[in-house]
Write a protein that binds this ligand. Structure first.
Ligand SMILES: Cc1cc2ncn([C@H]3O[C@H](COP(=O)(O)O)[C@@H](O)[C@H]3O)c2cc1C
Ligand SMILES: O=C(O)c1cccnc1
Length: 348
């Protein structure tokens, strides 16, 4: 089996074994750093080095609007997507301040916001179309639009790598996108609409029932596509979700660790991992969102989330909070003394 850039599975497992051995020689009881040790081994394996590097790190926010908002599936009006783009550009959004606090740079990409944002500086303009189509009436994207949105994601990763970035956090902005994420999660996990549909930005009970009906209708409409992840994405996804998939598909070739944010980014991960299983190796899951369906999606991916803070925001906010944990894991492998270095006695 070939992984990464033509390496054999044996080389990959050698690096994992070396990293594991290195950790076991550090001045601590074996395994005592718990999940941080698993993160350290995964980072080493992704980068092909027992001294992994996490910085500089960049958070990328892909943004787009959704035709499905016409069905009343969000507590907020669709205009909020464009308004939040201005907020990202001026540094006022949660991901801006959390990213800055975590020492990560931020790139915000307009993949399909339904507003003319050309005058907005500090945003990457890569609009494929002004919002996806209403997925209850027609496919959310044409084949060409899907290809273009996937390409926007791939190019963002290449740009980050060329700028020397060593780790990425992936986030999104798009009013209505928890509906697309729910449909994709339901189709990829074989779960029911009630299991995957949550309140998103804060729907009340009657709004939630309506959203569940929308998700159930869409899942029924697209059920035959469940074996074709790309067609699921084209029919029920969004332009920013497609860009997220493109970014994930690109990351393994660059040995780039990727922090996955919440429910929406994880729905993209379900698609990307089905399309290319080696994507799973580079993914780190920042948190378990409070949004219904996220726990189920994480289970499907055998993912152990790093944080559980009852967050349900998106934007990449949790990737900023989890980044220091990756840094800590790398520091343990790189900088901690071994028993021999420090003259500490090993277990009897
Ligand atoms: C002010 C504001 C800022 C946000 N930042 C992220 N989201 C989050 O909420 C949206 C998804 O929820 P739904 O499917 O219910 O519309 C996405 O834009 C997501 O990133 C926000 C939502 C709002 C209102
Ligand atoms: O988990 C998420 O990513 C999420 C949940 C609700 C609203 N927006 C994002």
């Amino acid at each position: 089996m070939l992984n990464f850039q033509g390496e054999t599975a044996d080389t990959v497992s050698d690096i994992s074994a070396d990293a594991r051995k290195r950790l076991d020689n550090k001045t601590k009881p074996p395994g005592s750093l718990g999940q941080i040790e698993a993160v350290a081994v995964q980072l080493a394996t992704v980068q092909g080095s027992v001294v992994p590097v996490v910085d500089p790190a960049r958070i990328i926010v892909f943004a787009a609007d959704h035709g499905i908002t016409a069905a009343g599936v969000s507590a907020y009006p669709a205009e909020v997507t464009a308004q939040m783009m201005a907020n990202f550009a001026s540094g006022g959004a949660a991901v801006c301040v959390l990213g800055a606090a975590a020492g990560a740079s931020l790139e915000v990409i307009d993949v399909g916001v339904n507003a003319d944002l050309e005058q907005l500086t500090g945003v990457v303009h890569a609009k494929v179309r002004a919002g996806s189509r209403n997925l209850l009436e027609e496919a959310a994207m044409t084949h060409e639009e899907l290809d273009s949105a996937l390409q926007v994601g791939r190019e963002a990763v290449v740009r980050a790598v060329e700028a020397g970035q060593k780790c990425l956090g992936l986030g999104e902005m798009g009013i209505g996108n928890t509906t697309s994420a729910a449909i994709l999660t339901g189709l990829m996990c074989g779960a029911s609409a009630t299991e995957v549909t949550g309140r998103g930005t804060g729907l009340n009970n009657s709004q939630l029932s309506l959203k569940q009906r929308v998700v159930a209708d869409a899942m029924q409409r697209h059920a035959l596509l469940a074996d074709d992840p790309l067609e699921c994405l084209r029919n029920a996804g969004g332009l920013e979700i497609a860009a997220l998939v493109g970014a994930m598909l690109e990351a393994p070739a660059h040995r780039l660790p990727v922090l996955v944010d919440g429910f929406i980014v994880t729905s993209a991960a379900l698609i990307a991992c089905r399309l290319k299983p080696s994507v799973r190796d580079v993914l780190f899951f920042a948190h378990q969102s409070a949004e219904t369906g996220h726990a189920l999606a994480l289970r499907q991916l055998a993912a152990q989330p790093l944080l559980q803070l009852d967050m349900r925001l998106g934007e990449g906010s949790a990737t900023a909070l989890a980044l220091p944990l990756l840094r800590g894991a790398a520091a343990v492998l790189c900088d901690m003394a071994s028993f021999a270095d420090a003259g500490v006695s090993t277990a009897e």
